[in-house]
Design a protein around this ligand. Structure first.
Ligand SMILES: Nc1ncnc2c1ncn2[C@@H]1O[C@H](COP(=O)(O)OP(=O)(O)OP(=O)(O)O)[C@@H](O)[C@H]1O
Ligand SMILES: [Mg+2]
Length: 305
C-alpha cells in the first residue's frame, strides 16, 4: 500500500490479494487498483459464488483496514443502515429518573440523545474515525433492496456524511473504500452505477479455478483437484437452472477429501452431487449415463500438466 491508501501497481494488487488467498484476474485487479487510486466505489456484479463478497474481505486483510458490511435485504431502511436510538435503554433511563425524581427535564433530554444511546449501523460506523484508517465498506447484494433505498445510498455515497438532528453532522475524516455487489436479480439504477467503477465477475477459467482450489483446499491431491475443476467447468456448459459457483467447487473438493476420494467416478459424482447442484431438476439431469458422459468430456478437455 502507498501512503494515499492505494496500491503501487496492478501487479501489486494481484500479488497482495494472492497472499491473502484471493486469486484475482488482471481485469479485476485493474478496477481494484483504479478504485483505490481514484477513490471511486467499486461495483461488482456476477453470478452467485464467484468471489464478489470475498474480495472485500481479502482487501480488508491486505490493507489492514476494518471491514464494515452492510448486508442488503428487501425492506432495508435508512434507520437500519445508518443509526438508531437505543429505545429500550432510553426507556430505562427515563424510568430511573422518574423513580429517583432526580433529573430535570432538559438535562435528561440531552442525555437521552447523546452518543451513549446511539446505535451506529454500518453506514455511520464507516464514517467514524478508526486508528487503522478508512474502512472498507461492503454494501453486499444491493439488488435485494428497493429503489428508494438506492436513492438514499446515492446521497450517502456522494458526501460521506450523516446528519443526526439531535447530534449534528458526522463526516468521515477519510472516505471509506466502497465495494458494492449485486447478483443482478434486478438492474441497479444508472445514477448509482455512474458513480462507480464496474466489473462483471465471471466464472473463472480452468487455470484460475485450479489456482483458487490450490489456495483454498491445498490438501487436495493435484489429480483430484484437476478433475474436480474440469468437471465443474464442463457442468457449467450444461443447461442448468443454477450453475455451480467457485464456492461449490471448493465445497465439493472438501467433501471428496472427507470421503478419501482419490479420483472421480460416476458413482462418486452421483453420491456427492448435492455439494455442487442445489436444485432437484439440475440433479435429475445428471442421473443415469449423463454423469459419465460429462466426466468423459471433462477428462478429454483436461489440459496437459
Ligand atoms: N477468486 C477467488 N479466490 C479465492 N477464493 C475464491 C475466489 N472466488 C471465490 N472464492 C471462494 O468462493 C467462496 C464464495 O465466494 P463469495 O462468497 O465471495 O461469492 P459471491 O460472489 O459473493 O456469491 P453470492 O453472490 O452468493 O454472495 C468464498 O468463500 C471463497 O472461498
Ligand atoms: Mg456474496
Amino acid at each position: 500500500m502507498t501512503e494515499q491508501g492505494g496500491f503501487h501497481s496492478i501487479d501489486a494488487v494481484q500479488a497482495q490479494l494472492a497472499e491473502a488467498g484471493y486469486v484475482c484476474g488482471r481485469a479485476l485487479a485493474t478496477v481494484v487498483f483504479l478504485s483505490a487510486r481514484l477513490g471511486r466505489p467499486l461495483f461488482l456484479e456476477g453470478e452467485a459464488g464467484v468471489g464478489k463478497t470475498e474480495i472485500a474481505k481479502a482487501l480488508a486483510t491486505v490493507t489492514d483496514r476494518p471491514l464494515i458490511r452492510l448486508q442488503c435485504y428487501e425492506g432495508l431502511d435508512a434507520a437500519s443502515a445508518v443509526y438508531e436510538w437505543n429505545f429500550a435503554a432510553q426507556m430505562v433511563a427515563i424510568r430511573t429518573a422518574e423513580a429517583t425524581g432526580s433529573a430535570d427535564r432538559q438535562a435528561l433530554q440531552a442525555e437521552l440523545f447523546s452518543e451513549e444511546y446511539l446505535i451506529a449501523r454500518p453506514l455511520l460506523q464507516a464514517m467514524q474515525p478508526d486508528t487503522r484508517g478508512a474502512p472498507i465498506l461492503l454494501i453486499d447484494e444491493l439488488d435485494r433492496t428497493d429503489e428508494p433505498f438506492e436513492a438514499f445510498l446515492l446521497e450517502a455515497l456522494s458526501d460521506f456524511q450523516v446528519t443526526i438532528p439531535e447530534l449534528g453532522t458526522i463526516k468521515a475524516p477519510e472516505p471509506p473504500t466502497v465495494i458494492l455487489t449485486s447478483n443482478r436479480t434486478r438492474e441497479v439504477h444508472d445514477a448509482l452505477k455512474r458513480r462507480c467503477l464496474y466489473h462483471w465477475v465471471d466464472y473463472p477459467d480452468f487455470d484460475r479455478e485450479l489456482e483458487i482450489l490450490h489456495a483454498r483446499v491445498p490438501q487436495a491431491a493435484e489429480t483430484l483437484s484437476r478433475e474436480v475443476v474440469a468437471f465443474v467447468q464442463a457442468l457449467r456448459t450444461e443447461d442448468l437452472f443454477k450453475k455451480p459457483g467457485v464456492a461449490e467447487t471448493i465445497d465439493w473438493a472438501n467433501c471428496l477429501l472427507a470421503l478419501d476420494v482419490v479420483t472421480l467416478s460416476p458413482e462418486v459424482i452421483a453420491d456427492t452431487l448435492g455439494a455442487i447442484l442445489k436444485y432437484q431438476d439440475d440433479i435429475a439431469k445428471l442421473q443415469g449415463s449423463e454423469a459419465k458422459r460429462l466426466l468423459d468430456q471433462a477428462r478429454a478437455a483436461l489440459p496437459e500438466g
